[in-house]
Design a protein around this ligand. Structure first.
Ligand code: F0G
Length: 383
């Protein structure tokens, strides 16, 4: 039997496209290489001829796409001699920062909005031994504080304003192009800070030669850093239309201006002042894409539908990409015959409370007797 080399993470895999050298100590937990799952039942339910995929980023080591960026950010922080990292977070960044810091043997300080992060994420930050600072405010206020404190204290910011984060996250686009043998026609993502949609666009640009959408400002994102191999990296001719969906109560890109008191059940994207504001507008313009909002009801409905009809469990924020895509497939904005990828940014287990609260699955309690189990089966057999 031929042996396959052990997968050791995305930096190793895409070493020639990332800012590392042979001496760099890689801080990795085997992140990346996540499944691109073709949906089999939802397109039928929509009654549309569509090739619809989900990129299940919830299967990264800490259960979210943040690990792609964190392996790079922490690797570079360690390379540069940093002893501590810091982030503001709606939960997933803090979980990831905590895990990679423990792997590296450095300290992670995480600022989270008090009472507004999902249980699973809090558990992760606590288990990995980070210093958890709960603030009586929201993510945007935490982000502001992090930026200010990093000017005075010897800590490296690992939010997505750290350019190495986006470099790591761009690899998700590489994986998709490699698996499909082309770029999808549409790539749909949930948008909070807008780092991930920006990172994907960087990846798609590096892997294309422009094709039908000429690149006007190639490499603008990595300008000056000297590691973008865009010119030599063209492997496909097209790039996708990028579509960003926000939760209706936290939708600065749809409103066209910052939102001061964001609210949504999708706490991961409860963000009113996106850090990658300018970048994301550029992505929208260059790709010919759009932003739109989904209500909390639509988000939860998509999350449940995906879990019930396809067996894929993502957290509420992640389902925003699918909620929006389903709507735009239905209304024809996303044309029939298209290939569409929706990123599922985080695992459903991150937020068990919201899942249990909205579930309508029969939850039966019986005496431990055969007749009672038989009755439960008879009464609940489908069809
Ligand atoms: N989905 C999930 C599950 C997230 O955790 C986030 C961001 C996003 C989508 C949005 O990605 O910010 O790049 O547009 N979570 C950050 C955090 C803010 O702190 O965990 P984005």
């Amino acid at each position: 039997m031929p042996f396959r080399p052990r997968y050791t993470g995305l930096i190793e895999r895409y070493r020639d496209r990332l800012p590392v050298n042979d001496d760099t100590r890689l801080i990795s937990l085997g992140e990346g290489n996540t499944p691109l799952i073709r949906l089999e039942n939802i397109p039928d339910l929509l009654g549309k001829d569509i090739e619809l995929y989900v990129k299940y980023e919830g299967l990264n080591p800490t259960g979210s796409f943040k690990d792609r960026g964190m392996t790079m950010a922490v690797t570079k922080a360690v390379e540069q001699g940093s002893q501590a990292i810091i982030c503001a977070s709606t939960g997933n960044t803090s979980a990831s920062a905590a895990a990679y810091a423990s792997r590296a043997g450095i300290t992670a300080f995480v600022l989270i909005p008090d009472g507004k992060i999902a249980q699973g994420k809090l558990a992760q930050a606590m288990m990995h031994g980070s210093v958890i600072i709960q603030i009586k405010g929201n993510f945007d206020e935490g982000m502001q504080l992090v930026k200010e404190v990093a000017e005075h204290a010897p800590v490296t910011i690992v939010n997505s304003i750290n350019p190495f984060r986006l470099q790591g996250q761009k690899t998700a686009a590489f994986e998709i192009v490699e698996e499909l043998g082309r770029a999808p026609d549409y790539h749909c993502l949930p948008v909070g800070n807008a780092g991930n949609i920006t990172a994907h666009w960087i990846g798609y640009c590096e892997y294309s030669n422009g094709g039908d959408k000429p690149i006007t400002e190639a490499c603008a994102f990595c300008a000056g850093e000297g590691h973008c191999r865009f010119a030599s990296g063209a492997i496909v001719s097209q790039r996708p239309t990028m579509v960003g969906y926000q939760a209706a109560g936290s939708a600065p890109f749809i409103q066209g201006s910052m939102v001061d008191n964001p609210e949504t059940v999708a706490t991961a994207i409860r963000i009113g002042h996106p850090q990658s504001w300018d970048y994301a507008w550029k992505v929208q313009k260059e790709s010919g894409g759009w932003f739109d909002a989904c209500s909390d009801e639509e988000i939860l409905k998509a999350q449940k539908m995906l879990a019930e009809k396809e067996g894929v469990f993502c957290e509420p924020a992640s389902a925003t990409s699918l909620a929006g895509a389903m709507r735009d497939i239905q209304n024809g904005k996303i044309a029939e015959g298209s290939t569409v990828v929706c990123t599922l940014t985080g695992h459903g287990l991150k937020d068990p409370d919201t899942a249990i609260k909205q579930s309508t699955s029969p939850l039966l309690t019986i005496e431990p007797r055969l007749d009672q189990v038989k009755k439960a089966i008879e009464e609940n057999m489908a069809g």
